[in-house]
Unconditional design. Structure first.
Length: 345
């Protein structure tokens, strides 16, 4: 099969999977990690894992290897695909997956299997409590092992394991030279989407929407949207941060009778790009506010929304973030130290 060079290669370990390591709980000594016996029938990946609100961009079987890409650009192998690449049975992969979860908080003590995986993955920026990502497509649960995890399996079974490593060695040499993420992208003929596309297309569509003498929420919260994209929150038709700001500001506007101070707000034609599901009902109902209220809006946005409303909004996006609730809390609090001092009486 002829390969095609991708436009962009995403390094999942660096760009998406870096989270703070959970500290050891006070008063508890670490358990010693021991090699677990590989027994029992092949098992399916545990359904207890939190499910990500991320779709699968593409998944196919390429030359007997089941692989895919999540909608945020992370390349992966399925459990079956990882088994085919490494030459080890699926029940072994499942056992290692369980060991990782059970011993995640233990110290790295020696040269046992999980110590190797922890040392390798931590050094490569992967600190997830699950080795696979769980997502749902067409009512079917999929278990995706990110490329950095797959390379940990390959390196272990190439250099460390006493098991038959011929298949792992063959594929390790191939991927070490070419790059697993690039291999998956090329095999699936996939070009990663521009993570700024949704935002840029909305900017282009709404740039002249504000009536003369009025402002619109979308234009006033561009800094927040840029910060979210920079923190790898997928900004798309499911994440409309200006919608959240607009709802809370409208409530504040009415509760404080700001119309009597600044004048009436007026409707304007708010449209979404044609590929947004919301575009089916364009134009969307939205309000433009008098420029006279702009200073009040900016004060409210910095002192009220970002400090008291934004953290709650981020928690609703926890399933979209690889770090889940912990990462949502971290992003939600990023403006806490940037607040302006309260006005003096």
């Amino acid at each position: 099969m002829a390969t095609k060079k991708p436009v962009l290669i995403v390094k999942a370990a660096e760009a998406h999977l870096v989270l703070a390591e959970k500290p050891q709980q006070a008063g508890k000594s670490p358990r010693k990690i021991k090699e677990l016996a590989l027994t029992g029938e092949p098992q399916q990946a545990t359904p207890k894992q939190a499910i990500l609100d991320l779709g699968i961009e593409i998944q196919r079987d390429i030359n007997g290897i089941e692989m895919g890409i999540l909608e945020n650009g992370i390349p992966y192998l399925t459990q079956r695909g990882l088994s085919d690449v490494t030459g080890i049975a699926r029940n072994v992969i499942q056992t290692i997956t369980k060991e990782w979860e059970e011993h995640f908080d233990d110290e790295i003590l020696g040269k046992d299997r999980i110590s190797f995986f922890k040392d390798y993955l931590f050094k490569h920026g992967f600190r997830e409590r699950k080795l696979h990502l769980e997502t749902v497509q067409n009512s079917t649960t999929h278990y995706a092992y990110p490329d950095v995890v797959c390379m940990a399996f390959l390196e272990y079974y190439t250099f460390e394991s006493k098991a038959d490593s011929s298949k792992a060695v063959e594929n390790y040499r191939k991927f070490a030279h070419y790059g697993l993420s690039r291999f998956i992208y090329d095999a699936l003929d996939y070009t990663p989407a521009d993570k700024w596309k949704y935002y840029h297309d909305r900017v282009s569509l709404l740039k002249d929407s504000a009536p003369a003498g009025y402002f619109i929420i979308f234009q006033e919260v561009t800094g927040l949207t840029v910060d979210l994209i920079a923190n790898d929150l997928p900004i798309n038709s499911k994440t409309i941060v200006d919608g959240s700001v607009g709802i809370h500001w409208a409530t504040y506007w009415k509760e404080n009778d700001l119309e009597s101070r600044f004048g009436a707000r007026i409707p304007y034609s708010h449209n979404y790009p044609e590929y947004f599901p919301q575009a089916k009902s364009n134009p969307q109902p939205a309000n433009a506010y008098p420029d006279a209220a702009l200073a009040e809006f900016r004060r409210w946005f910095k002192q009220v929304y970002l400090l008291t409303k934004f953290p709650a909004y981020m928690l609703t996006k926890a399933k979209v973030l690889l770090g889940g609730k912990d990462e949502a809390l971290k992003i939600g609090s990023m403006y806490q130290n940037k607040a302006l001092p309260a006005p003096k009486n």
